[in-house]
Design a protein around this ligand. Structure first.
Ligand code: 5RP
Length: 227
């Protein structure tokens, strides 16, 4: 249901993204409201006879796909994924993304890494000149390590809070916690990513670098593609 201009932009981007899908392909299904538009469009194509197999990045996405009769397969049953359509919380002109607003960043990053053509769909508000100012960087941590990881993040110049939902700590589908880290403007995403990846107990962070092949942005009544 479209209730605002940003919803319309998400839908426009999603409709364009599904035009890349070909019969017989394995498709990664992202998580979030923009990815949901694409999944509904894929569902319509499946009803019309498109034959694909899909790998969802979250339980919510799997439930939506199953409700639309999109065939689901196990991620371990394939060596690669042809196309994934996923959303983003922020992206810049170099197609560096911040993801994880929905807490599905770990599976999203695994699926993106397995994917040959990663298509990011977004409304125009997600495009930023400076990463990290409008949206904090999600970091998935093993609960046992959360205080240690928070101290290490402080050492890298960030502050962070453990994500809560409905008054309780948010627990990911893998049983981990999310830290939402504020580094201010992330000027050097590669360097920050490298430093974060070295922290024990940090499972995954939401900086997606060199993982997006195409970004489709809904803008007003049109969509625009960066590749
Ligand atoms: C979930 C994500 C989403 O792709 C991101 O939060 C964007 O969501 P939306 O399309 O609802 O704005 O990374 O972990």
């Amino acid at each position: 249901m479209e209730t605002s201009s940003s919803e319309k932009e998400k839908h426009l981007a999603a409709m364009k993204a599904v035009t890349y899908i070909k019969n017989g392909q394995v498709i990664g299904l992202g998580t979030g409201s923009t990815a949901d538009y694409a999944i509904r469009e894929i569902g319509k194509l499946v009803q019309k006879g498109l034959q694909i197999k899909a790998i969802p990045t979250s339980k919510k996405t799997q439930e939506l796909a199953e409700s639309l009769d999109i065939p689901i397969i196990d991620s371990n049953s394939v060596d690669y994924i042809d196309i994934t359509i996923d959303g983003a919380d922020e992206f810049n002109e170099d197609m560096v993304l911040i993801k994880g607003g929905g807490g599905a960043l770990l599976r999203e990053k695994i699926v993106a890494s397995m994917t040959r053509k990663q298509i990011i769909v977004a409304d125009s508000s997600k495009q930023v000149a400076k990463l990290g100012l409008a949206f904090k960087l999600p970091i998935e941590v093993i609960p046992f390590a959360s205080n240690y990881v928070m101290n290490q993040v402080r050492g890298l110049g960030g502050t962070c809070d453990i994500r809560h939902q409905s008054g309780k700590i948010f627990v990911t589908e893998q049983g981990n916690w999310i830290l939402d880290a504020n580094f201010g403007h992330i000027k050097d995403p590669q360097s920050l990513s490298h430093s974060l990846n070295k922290i024990s107990g940090l499972v995954c962070h939401g900086l997606f670098i060199d993982l997006a092949d195409i970004v489709i942005i809904g803008r007003g009544n049109e969509e625009e593609t960066i590749a």
